[in-house]
Design a protein around this ligand. Structure first.
Ligand SMILES: NC(=O)c1ccc[n+]([C@@H]2O[C@H](COP(=O)([O-])OP(=O)(O)OC[C@H]3O[C@@H](n4cnc5c(N)ncnc54)[C@H](O)[C@@H]3O)[C@@H](O)[C@H]2O)c1
Ligand SMILES: O=C(O)[C@H](O)CO
Length: 313
């Protein structure tokens, strides 16, 4: 079996070595420009079109991340990049679920224990105990309830918060109230105090966190964007913060990355920022997952993790 690998920033040699350990019988090589030798599988991130185009013999292409929006948008521009019938897989969890839990739980607790207010008081040397927030007033709403949303929901129910989720289809997750489809979006938003975004980037979800959505949240709400920058209308978020509708926001992803130095988000006192690090690809777990999936395909089984080109995620 031949496997080709391309990632613009990963340490390719350590990936090739790690994959070789997982799949000892495979011939694994870094793909370089001009390489049109046969391959059964391709492991990619931001792949050049010529790496995949015309490779009808591929049994699978693996995206080396959870979100496949960059690959699918390239496919829009170059429809022949992925030969018809070749399945595209993405990373399901592979250590990202735990990272998302760490991120979400730490920030929700930060807001719930009013550390943002105490930090602001500290700037004024102000010793002033504040009223506690009550859990029942701190409903967490997850936009997106797939692999990562489910993990985050689990971790927040464990802390005793009321948790609800919104997805394309109803979910049956213990302790989580499920809302589905555009017709239930309003009910989902009504009473949500902390909105956590874990949707994929698709034509239906671009710009979904906008002025009209923010207006429907509970007063003094918080927004945690962990998915993609294009989901959020940044100007609407700033306006909602300045009007007092929103109390705070923590953003990991931005419509333009790196976030431009002149973005007003940098200076806003109630916006916290991380540079798209909420959940990164963990090499060992990703390699084990890819190897397991390849073995399943080789045995004629149907693995999970295939991207629906129709739904765009
Ligand atoms: N910031 C980061 O570091 C980072 C890391 C990993 C993933 N992500 C982002 O997180 C996203 C989610 O990852 P995942 O593995 O949980 O994806 P997933 O495919 O398992 O889950 C997606 C969820 O969104 C819902 N959804 C999709 N379209 C919808 C629509 N139109 N209306 C309502 N619900 C809809 C689905 O029903 C599902 O519940 C990824 O697509 C990626 O963009 C970000
Ligand atoms: O989708 C992912 O895996 C991360 O956001 C990196 O892009």
């Amino acid at each position: 079996m031949d496997i080709i690998f391309y990632h613009p920033t990963f340490d390719t040699q350590s990936w090739l070595a790690g994959l070789q350990q997982q799949l000892p019988d495979a011939r694994i090589r870094e793909w370089r420009e001009g390489d049109d030798r046969p391959a059964d599988y391709a492991l990619v991130w931001h792949p050049p079109v010529e790496m995949l185009a015309g490779r009808h013999q591929l049994k699978g292409v693996f995206a080396l991340g959870a979100g496949v929006d960059s690959i699918l948008s390239k496919l829009q521009a170059y429809p022949d990049m992925l030969p018809a019938g070749v399945p595209l897989f993405r990373l399901e969890d592979t250590g990202m679920g735990l990272q998302m839990q760490e991120y979400a739980v730490s920030q929700v607790l930060h807001w719930f224990r009013r550390f943002d207010d105490y930090q602001a008081q500290k700037q004024q040397a102000n010793w002033q105990p504040l009223d506690d927030y009550r859990r029942e007033d701190f409903t967490i709403g997850l936009l997106g309830a797939g692999v990562l949303g489910r993990k985050v929901a689990e971790s927040l129910t464990a802390w005793g918060f009321p948790v609800r989720c919104w997805s394309r289809r109803k979910k049956d997750y213990p302790g989580v109230t499920s809302f589905a489809g555009v017709e239930q979006l309003s009910d989902f938003l009504n009473g949500t105090r902390v909105l956590i975004n874990l949707l994929p980037n698709t034509p239906q979800t671009v710009g979904i966190i906008n002025a009209s959505l923010l207006a429907r949240l509970a007063d003094e709400a918080y927004v945690l964007n962990l998915a993609r920058g294009v989901h959020l209308v940044e100007a609407d978020l700033l306006a909602a913060l300045d009007s007092g509708k929103l109390k705070g926001a923590m953003l990991d992803v931005f419509s333009k990355e790196p976030l431009p130095v002149d973005s007003p988000l940098w200076k806003h006192p109630r916006v916290a920022i991380t540079p798209h690090v909420a959940a990164v690809t963990r090499a060992d777990e990703a390699m084990a997952y890819i190897a397991k999936t390849i073995r399943q395909i080789e045995k004629g089984e149907t693995p999970t993790g295939e991207v629906s080109l129709q739904h765009g995620y």
